[in-house]
Design a protein. Structure first.
Length: 168
């Protein structure tokens, strides 16, 4: 598929019944396994919520969200040891739909969701532990995320990153 009508994308919160019927392959076995197997445990234990992105009733992407807190080096208006965040635990796009900016659309949705959530609870940041691969880090940088202690984490599997919801 070379083009996509973004107006036909739909994001839903998945429950276990919906997840049982999902077919998905993003080309990364760890991410596939999370959605198709591990997500059930996360739902049962209230560790994260799973969201599916549908296009013409086909699952084209997914992401998970959970509560988080982050320590950042910069000083904000008030000096807390940690700041409230919403974590994108996993995010993946089906291999047939990669390269169509669906990942960025999902990030925009999460930002909007968090801005709405801020009306009722305190949340300042969106966090993610991105795979420490150049392409993945570039994707999150493009979507306004900054690496948290990049020198300390440059040789690790994951790069902690964050996006400040108060910056435009």
């Amino acid at each position: 598929m070379s083009s996509l009508d973004c107006s036909k994308l739909k994001i839903i919160k998945a429950d276990k019944d919906i997840l049982r019927s999902v077919e998905f392959d993003c080309g990364d076995e760890d991410l596939n396994e999370f959605l198709l197997e591990d997500s059930f445990i996360n739902i049962d234990n209230s560790l994260s919520k799973i969201y599916l992105c549908l296009y013409e009733n086909k699952v084209v992407a997914f992401f998970s969200l959970s509560a988080d807190s982050i320590k950042i080096n910069e000083k904000l208006e008030i000096a807390y040891r940690t700041y409230p965040a919403i974590k994108i635990g996993r995010l993946a796009v089906h291999k047939d739909f990669q390269g169509m900016h669906i990942g960025s659309i999902l990030i925009d949705w999460v930002v909007g969701f968090c801005l709405e959530l801020r009306k009722d609870i305190g949340v300042r940041f969106i966090s993610v532990d991105a795979y420490n691969r150049e392409k993945i880090i570039s994707f999150y940088n493009y979507n306004l995320f900054e690496a948290l202690q990049p020198e300390r984490n440059k040789n690790k599997n994951n790069m902690p990153m964050y996006r400040d919801l108060c910056l435009k």
